[in-house]
Design a protein. Structure first.
Length: 97
């Protein structure tokens, strides 16, 4: 069956121009190709910052296209991704991450 990122990348290959996400707040939408490009660019930035396969990263963003791209970017690198709720108190976020 494959990993989530393998399945996502198969969707990119098969449905590149189809809508992948729509932000319910802003109404902005991205195709699978656009989302993959966005996640790929972020993955490259994370990698240049030292993130490697097997590392753990925390994503503290509101639920949005940026959040989805960030999670995908971490997955593309083989990192463990922990999505955290930004409404948690700073001390709790610091403890978790």
């Amino acid at each position: 069956m494959g990993t989530f990122i393998e399945l996502f990348e198969a969707n990119v290959r098969d449905h590149r121009d189809n809508t992948a996400v729509i932000d319910s707040v802003t109404g902005i939408s991205l195709t699978y190709g656009e989302l993959d490009t966005m996640a790929g660019k972020l993955a490259a930035k994370l990698q240049s910052g030292g993130v490697e396969k097997g590392d753990a990263i925390a994503v503290v963003l509101p639920h949005s296209i940026d959040f989805i791209a960030s999670v995908l970017a971490g997955m593309k690198l083989g990192a463990a991704v922990a999505p955290l709720n930004g409404s948690y108190p700073p001390s709790r976020l610091a403890y978790i991450s």
